[in-house]
Design a protein around this ligand. Structure first.
Ligand SMILES: [Ca+2]
Ligand SMILES: [Ca+2]
Ligand SMILES: [Ca+2]
Length: 421
C-alpha cells in the first residue's frame, strides 16, 4: 500500500510541477527585480567589454628578451628539441596506461549489461605519490640524501604552474615549492632531457624553451617555439626563500598571493599572510559585507526560497564572522574588485585574493596569460521592491542571480535564478 501511495504522490507532485511550469511567467517574475542602476552599470561595461580587439601574439623579440626574476637560464648547444607530441606522455602518464587498458577491457566486457551503464572507461582514479598526482609528474631524481619531483599543478584560471617537491632526508619529509613558472608563458619546462635533474651544486637543472601563444583560445590555444635549447637552473635557496618568515616563500607571495614578501602581515590585521584567508585587504565591514559573506561562504541559512512567501532566513546585521584559518586543502580564488563591501569579507572555507582593477591592469599578462576568475557584481537597488538589491556572481562554472532585502533586523537573501555552463 505504502508503495502505491508513494507512486501516487510522485505523479501528483510532478503533475503539479508541470502545471506550475506551464503557468509560470518568467518575464513577469524577473520584471519584479528590475534595476535601472544595474542596467546602467552593465550598459557602461558592455561598451568597453565588447569592443572587438583581434588577438595579437607577443613579438618574438620580446619573448627572446624574457628574463625570469627568480631563476637563470642559458643557451645550450646540445639539447633535446621541443616536441609537442611528447607533451602528454611523461613516463608517469605512461605508467597509468595499463590501468586505462584494464578499464577499457572491463567496459567492453560489461557493455551489454545494463547494470554497468554508468561505468566510465575513460575515468581513472588519480594515483598519488605523496601529495602529487602521478599524471602531473614531469621529472624525478635522487641525489645522495636529496630527492626531488618536478610536477605541474593545474590552477583554476592561470594554467599549469611548475612545482618542486623536495626532500633532504631520502624522501622521509617533503616540502612543496612553487617555482612561479607557468608553462608556456613564455617559459616551457620539458620533462624529457639529456641532463640529470640535479647539477653538481645540488641545484635543479631542466631543459626549457621560450614559447609564444598564437591564438587567444584558452583550452586549445596554439603556441610556437621562439627559442629552443635553454637550460634552466632552479637553485634551491631561491625556491625556499621566505624573506619575512611568514611561512610563504617569496615566489608564492609575488606570483600567487600578491602579498608583500617583506611584510609578514600585508594588510596589518594581525593575522599573518600564511594564515589570512583574505590577506590583502583589511577594510572596515559594511552592512553589505554580510550579504557577500553569506554567498561566498555558502551560508547554510541561504536557500532558493520563494520570494512571494518571503520565507528566507534572516541574517542579522550585526553578525560578525569569526576569523577562520586555512588548512592543507584550502583553495585559493582570485578576484578583481574595487567594492569595499566585497573585499571586507571574512572567508571561512577558501582563500580570496582580491586585486583592485588598477592592480590587475598593471599585472604582467604580456605573454598571453589570461586570467579567469569568479566574480561578484556590486549590489544594485531594485526599482520596485523596497530596500531590495540584486547582485550576481559569475565565472567558469556558470552564473547566478540573487536578491537581498534589507530589514532592520537583518538581510533576507535568496536566489532568483542560475545558469550552469
Ligand atoms: Ca614570506
Ligand atoms: Ca608576506
Ligand atoms: Ca593579515
Amino acid at each position: 500500500m505504502k508503495k502505491y501511495l508513494g507512486l501516487l504522490l510522485l505523479l501528483w507532485t510532478s503533475a503539479l510541477a508541470f502545471a506550475q511550469e506551464e503557468d509560470f511567467d518568467f518575464d513577469a517574475y524577473l520584471a519584479k527585480f528590475k534595476s535601472t542602476e544595474e542596467d546602467q552599470y552593465y550598459h557602461r561595461g558592455e561598451e568597453k567589454e565588447w569592443k572587438y580587439v583581434p588577438y595579437k601574439p607577443v613579438k618574438k623579440s620580446k619573448v627572446r628578451r624574457y628574463k625570469n626574476e627568480f631563476f637563470e637560464f642559458k643557451k645550450i648547444k646540445d639539447y633535446t628539441t621541443y616536441d609537442e607530441e611528447k607533451r602528454f606522455h611523461t613516463p608517469y602518464q605512461d605508467s597509468l596506461w595499463e590501468v586505462k587498458q584494464e578499464r577499457m577491457k572491463r567496459f567492453l566486457d560489461t557493455a551489454a549489461d545494463p547494470r554497468h551503464s554508468t561505468f566510465d572507461p575513460f575515468y581513472i582514479e588519480p594515483q598519488f605519490i605523496g601529495k602529487i598526482d602521478r599524471e602531473n609528474i614531469l621529472m624525478h631524481e635522487s641525489h645522495g640524501d636529496t630527492e626531488a619531483f618536478v610536477y605541474e599543478e593545474g590552477e583554476l584560471g592561470i594554467g599549469l604552474s611548475v612545482w618542486v617537491a623536495y626532500s633532504k632526508d631520502k624522501g622521509k619529509n617533503w616540502s612543496y615549492y612553487c617555482t612561479g613558472i607557468n608553462q608556456k608563458s613564455p617559459l616551457f619546462v620539458k620533462w624529457y632531457s639529456k641532463f640529470p635533474l640535479f647539477n653538481s651544486n645540488g641545484d635543479l637543472q631542466i631543459e626549457a624553451c621560450l614559447m609564444r601563444k598564437m591564438s587567444a583560445d584558452w583550452i586549445c590555444a596554439k603556441y610556437e617555439v621562439v627559442q629552443d635549447g635553454l637550460l634552466l637552473t632552479i637553485d634551491i635557496a631561491t625556491l625556499q626563500r621566505d624573506s619575512d618568515s611568514d611561512g610563504l616563500t617569496d615566489i608564492l607571495e609575488k606570483k600567487y598571493y600578491y602579498t608583500n614578501p617583506n611584510n609578514p602581515d600585508t594588510d596589518g590585521d594581525g593575522v599573518s599572510d600564511n594564515l589570512d584567508l583574505n590577506p590583502r585587504w583589511a577594510v572596515p565591514r559594511t552592512d553589505k559585507t554580510i550579504v557577500y559573506e553569506a554567498l561566498i561562504n555558502s551560508d547554510e541559512r541561504l536557500g532558493w526560497c520563494d520570494w512571494d512567501e518571503d520565507s528566507c532566513a534572516l541574517i542579522p546585521l550585526d553578525e560578525v564572522t569569526a576569523v577562520h584559518y586555512p588548512s592543507d586543502s584550502t583553495i585559493t580564488y582570485r578576484m578583481v574588485s574595487d567594492d569595499p563591501n566585497l573585499v571586507s569579507i571574512q572567508p571561512i572555507n577558501d582563500r580570496y585574493i582580491f586585486l583592485s582593477s588598477e592592480e590587475y591592469e598593471l599585472l604582467e599578462k604580456d605573454y598571453g596569460d589570461v586570467w579567469f576568475f569568479d566574480n561578484y557584481s556590486p549590489m544594485f537597488k531594485t526599482d520596485y521592491l523596497e530596500n531590495t538589491y540584486v547582485l550576481s556572481s559569475g565565472g567558469l562554472m556558470g552564473s547566478a542571480y540573487y536578491y537581498a532585502k534589507w530589514t532592520e533586523k537583518g538581510w533576507k537573501i535568496g536566489g532568483i535564478y542560475s545558469i550552469s555552463e
